[in-house]
Write a protein that binds this ligand. Sequence first.
Ligand code: MG
Length: 381
Amino acid sequence: MSFSAIVVAAGEGLRAGPGEPKAWRRLGARPLVRWSVEGLLAAGADEVVVVVAAERLAAAGEALQGLERWRAVAGGQTRAQSVQAGLASLACPDEAMVLVHDAARPFVTASHVARLLAALETADGAVPALPVPDTLKRGESLVAETVSREGLWRAQTPQAFRRGRLGAAYGRWPAGEEPTDDAGVVERDGGRVAMVAGDPMLMKLTWPEDFLMAEQLAGGQRIVRTGFGLDAHRFGPGDAVILGGVRIAHDHGLIGHSDADAGLHALTDALLGAIAEGDIGQHFPPSDPQWKDASSDRFLVHAVGLAQAKGARLLSADLTLVCERPKIGPHREAMRARIAELLGLPIERVSVKATTTEGMGFTGREEGLMAQAVVSVETPA
Ligand code: MG
């Protein structure tokens, strides 16, 4: 059966952790958005319109390189505006069948598509839906009530419509309200929306853990890689040091081109080492004036982005600070929290340790301090 498809990939997907917007992260060897587009093309789509943020049009070209019958268009501020931009750009007539799909649901297949298109014979829209297996509670931290789950379903995507019917329903949608899915727009407009059998495989990847589960489902082989980083900075005049992303009052400062945070520098080098992407000096040359006095969290976040672009997932980080003073202990938890935030890891997987060299060597003489870090990641084999 002939149909067109719109893949919505314009959102930021912030709940999936720091770094690239979700649709552009790798699942196995391919960017997430590519899975959906390939799935819809394999199911027989005549055309797939991928709606992306305007600044991602070039990235879409890279992510979907080598595929046919697709094009990217710029979306709007909201999901609804993005869907309408996709609808407007379709080449098909009003009576043509159109699937609207979230880029974050990578495992769409021809059988999902066939069920939806068949349901459009007798309905204005069709959604894959699953019964709710868990008991539902309403409340804040305490339960206010148990909600009956009878007759409740979880709606997934793709969702199927006739192009003209969906466009007309969006045209009459009240301004200032934001629909949560496209079927809701047709329902509000008086349309009849059929529910067809959903599939756990149509799950939406929302949280970092969802990517891990999806990797296992995708069956790609993954390996663990570990990188090591070492850095030292000299003490100089000042009244505070920045270490592990935390400002600590001290009778000296640290000298460096950036903020001289040896802790974050060592972590950055460890992460770059784990993904074999060179070292911090190559990415942020000290000769480049733009990194003068730079906050070192930028270096670490950049390395996290590089790791994600390679399909790597961070597992853990362990930082050791070597100095006589300042005392690290009182600041350890603040450092762990800040590093966890920068790496997008739960704090349980971030360690900060401290030691001295018993008065020996440059750290013992308090000429400077040193940091060593180990970072583990999981990457496609
Ligand atoms: Mg350094």
